[in-house]
Design a protein around this ligand. Structure first.
Ligand SMILES: Cc1cc2nc3c(=O)[nH]c(=O)nc-3n(C[C@H](O)[C@H](O)[C@H](O)COP(=O)(O)O)c2cc1C
Length: 362
């Protein structure tokens, strides 16, 4: 059984170890969604991860509803990201861009109009805006023209990611955002070929994957799902049936790797996970599977030994431990992150977490 420290091939590229940095929104870009040198420093500090998955990155103004999150729809954003990818590569790392359309979770203050989703639904709770939290507004159901346009936006953003120097992309299919709004039946009430049956609900995700694969080569494409937990109002009545059908489709499309945020314990928001789907997906999908959520070094090592995961991704541990790979290797204690600075902007709580070396020097 491979260990966390064995290299692995993820489609077009090899990674040096199987400790993946999970996508983490940190809200340090400017209002035009342009990344900067501070972000380059943060990511370069974490370049010993086998693979960095970038924070979720908007494919269009319409699809980006998080204050100070970055985008990939124009040249300024490509230039900003090029600083980041260059710094990561110089530090010996690999980085892919997580491509994001938030669907009904985009507040009009940020997206510029009524949000679009699979169906005319309203997300629960509150949107983050530059003026604080506001209730979500009802989305309109995407027309076929909207769907074609949005798929084109994914492809264009993927091309921009490659132009910016990313090693590939990860399509964000998790956490209740647009792809997930089409996939899972609590948010998809359509009666056309994009809704109803499982076959129809996986159509949007499949078409996005195909378009992105056509744009940059399927060997550079990955996708993330959160199959077994209720997130931002999105869940499914039969996750095993849905995600096994999806596993067969991913196999057919030859997607080289996927990441599953598969919760085992109640989430911070209080959602209770259903049965894990990765055991049912594994025999149907021969690509690489990264598993996520709530791992530390010992539990990740134990999970790798079960033979389902090819890699483990770590979110919060990477926020607080730029040298997480060394710490896991040495069995060292981990720093604890400060959630007050997750989205606060600025350098504090972003690039100032100490490494083991810093601690020794102090
Ligand atoms: C501050 C923060 C930002 C996050 N941003 C994203 C994101 O941009 N895209 C995404 O798919 N998941 C995002 N997540 C979820 C993480 O990728 C990960 O699934 C979650 O933190 C659980 O993994 P962990 O227990 O290793 O932290 C975020 C989580 C946190 C705490």
């Amino acid at each position: 059984m491979p260990s966390l420290f064995d290299p692995v091939t993820l489609g077009a590229f090899d990674v040096a170890n199987r400790i993946v940095m999970a996508p983490l929104t940190r809200a340090r870009a400017n209002r035009e969604a342009v990344p900067n040198a501070l972000m380059a420093e943060y990511y370069a500090q974490r370049a010993s991860a086998g693979l960095i998955i970038s924070e979720a990155t908007g494919i269009s103004r319409e699809g980006l509803g998080w204050p100070n999150a970055p985008g990939l729809w124009n040249d300024q954003q490509v230039a900003g990201w090029a600083i980041v990818t260059d710094a990561v590569h110089k530090a010996g790392g690999r980085i892919v861009a997580q491509l994001w359309h938030m669907g009904r979770l985009v507040h009009p203050d940020l997206g510029g109009g009524q949000p679009v989703s699979a169906s005319a639904t309203t997300a629960p709770d509150f949107a983050h805006t530059y003026e604080g939290k506001k209730p979500y507004v009802e989305a309109r159901a995407a027309t076929r023209d909207d769907i074609a346009r949005i798929i084109g936006d994914y492809a264009a953003a993927a091309r921009n990611a490659i132009a910016a120097g990313f090693d590939g992309v990860q399509i964000h299919g998790a956490n209740g955002y647009l792809v997930d709004q089409f996939l899972r039946d609590s948010a998809n009430q359509r009666s056309d070929e994009y809704g109803g049956s499982i076959e129809n609900r996986i159509r949007f995700a499949s078409e996005v994957i195909e378009a992105v694969g056509d744009a940059i080569g399927m060997q550079r494409v990955g996708i993330r799902f959160s199959p077994n937990v209720f997130t931002q109002g999105v869940e499914d009545s039969d996750p095993i049936a849905l995600f096994t059908a999806l596993a067969r489709r991913l196999e057919g499309l030859q997607v080289p790797w996927i990441e599953l945020r598969e919760a085992h314990a109640p989430t911070l928001a209080g959602a209770i996970p259903t049965e894990p789907v990765s055991p049912a997906m594994r025999p149907l999908y021969s690509g690489r599977i990264a598993l996520n959520s709530d791992y530390d070094g010992p539990s990740a090592t134990a999970r790798m030994a079960e033979g389902i995961a090819d890699a483990i991704s770590f979110g919060r541990p990477f926020i607080a431990n730029p040298d997480l790979v060394d710490r896991i290797r040495l069995g060292a204690e981990l720093n604890t992150g400060d959630s007050a600075t997750y989205y606060s902007g600025g350098a504090a709580g972003y690039i100032d977490y100490p490494t083991l070396e810093d601690r020794e020097a102090a």
